[in-house]
Ligand binder design. Sequence first.
Ligand code: SAH
Length: 362
Amino acid sequence: MKKFLNKNILDEKIDIKSLDYGELCNFCEEMGEKKFRASQLYQWMHQKLSTDYDSMSNLPGSFKEKLKESTRYTCLEPIRIQESKIDGTMKFLFRLYDDNLIESVLMKYHHGNSVCISSQVGCRMGCRFCASTLDGCVRNLTSSEMLDQIYRIQSISGERVDNIVIMGSGEPMDNYDNVIKFLRLINSEKGLNISLRNVTVSTCGIVPKIRELADLKLQITLAISLHAPNDELRKTMMPIANKYSISEIMDVCRYYIEQTGRRISFEYSLVKGVNDTPECANQLISLVRGMNCHINLIPVNPIKERDYRQSEKQEIFGFKNKLEKNGINVTIRREMGSDIDGACGQLRKSYMEDSHEGGSVN
Ligand code: SAH
């Protein structure tokens, strides 16, 4: 069956950058092209990071025309770039082919450059402290749209991307298939070949999907947004807690560690007077004691739509010390780019509000 050409009949253009190498070979064959064209095309897209077909100098013009007709070539358009004067962090606002907007961040660390990418336009998880979710989820990102955040950032900044964190807007386990395909493409030898050990996927804890992910035995780092040490409190911060209990999350994390041999990371955003008490620290210690894990404390980044405030320095360090004294691996996340719209989804939101009010948008 002509899998790829049939798709065209339905007037759905093929999202060519989301095809893996094998799929691209089949596609080229169906187009009546030699197999080596797939290799050239793949290299232009995933290694040379071309922005369009016209720049692919060793492809015949007739083939390029056919490609333009039958495919959609994902190339994100940067519409706003902010650079921090403090630490060089860069925030990118990109426009997608259907005019939706997403944001991504480049953070420069001593150990290399990290890019934080979005996995959806908006998010439907409704976490109380998060700006990405305020207007709900518009749609999933395709694998090519996730890849191109990295490709464009590498091209624009001239910086090599070493690490990737899927911690931007969206819930990756709510867009599972495209995220898995993205992981395979970014790790492909014929592409950027980024080791999965350098990729972190962060989830609010969708238990069945974490189980499925565990079975793939990928070497990624899994980060779980825990944020509270008991269900009652977690429910006030994250609606997903009504669906999956902390004990179910802990069970699936143990399964994940067993299957992959990888250490789990727990994210815990500290909110003043809400989850930063010594009692919370004690409960957290009992939850994770003996587990191969790491805790990442994030002083919450306040958003204007909510009244959550950041814990005081004293509470943050007190919390950390308590965990450390109990032998738990813990770090406080360094705040990056605090002089540019910091928290997830804030750049997109402020841009959309400006545009809406007819203010300056660039
Ligand atoms: N949906 C995924 C990934 C996106 S958010 C998840 O829930 O993990 C990435 C991390 O930033 C999550 O731990 C999220 O809870 C946290 N986060 C979101 N908004 C924040 C804010 N304003 N302050 C601190 N952490 C925040």
